[in-house]
Design a binder for this molecule. Structure first.
Ligand SMILES: [Zn+2]
Length: 195
């Protein structure tokens, strides 16, 4: 794979934020099984939209990140235009894990189709020019992912992610895309695809 090698020094930083992972939040009104959900090994089943590139990996188990699985996922979420990869915010992986939780609850478990994840500076510059993307996109800091899963109702998953409240959630009803990031809590519904 043509990904830029990940830098060990940065991984130490990632481990330092690991306690911020969602763990078992005692949020009032949490559905039955919420705590158990967070106690199980956390794995992701991902597919790059428009390709057969697919990955299943466990990234968190027994209270810590599983470095091999975590790094595999980070490489998978690379900028496909440049091949560059970075350490993704582990909390973003938790939000994708929540998407699996939603799929399981609606009997629609399937690979999460990733249409966009990490964006290098050069790719972002291109997207700013061609699609009016944000120059300060959280995709550039490994804190955002765009997904499109036609087998789940986009508006229902959107409302579910709002309830989870992990950061920013954007819904694009025309295409069924969801933008999910770990920035401040905020929400939007828009017609254009890019964020
Ligand atoms: Zn996005």
């Amino acid at each position: 794979m043509n990904s830029t090698l990940l830098i060990r020094r940065d991984f130490v930083k990632v481990l330092a934020v690991a306690p911020l992972l969602y763990g078992a939040p005692s949020s009032a009104g949490a559905p039955k099984g919420w705590e158990e959900f967070w106690r199980q090994p956390r794995s992701l089943w991902l597919r790059r939209a428009g390709s057969s590139d697919e990955l299943r990996a466990v990234y968190y188990m027994n209270g810590s990140l599983v470095s091999a699985g975590y790094e595999e996922i980070c490489r998978f979420l690379r900028d496909v235009h440049t091949g560059e990869a970075v350490y993704m915010d582990p909390r973003l992986l938790d939000l994708l894990f929540v998407v699996h939780g939603y799929q399981i609850s609606t009997a629609s478990l399937a690979p999460i189709r990733v249409t966009n994840a990490y964006e290098s500076k050069s790719t972002n510059r291109r997207l700013v020019a061609s699609h009016g993307a944000s120059k300060t996109s959280r995709h550039m800091s490994g804190q955002a992912v765009d997904i499109a899963n036609p087998e789940v109702a986009g508006d229902a998953l959107y409302r579910y992610m709002l309830w989870v409240g992990g950061g920013g959630v954007g819904h694009y009803p025309d295409t069924g895309h969801l933008h999910i990031d770990t920035g401040p809590r905020r929400t939007w519904v828009a017609r254009r695809v890019r964020t």
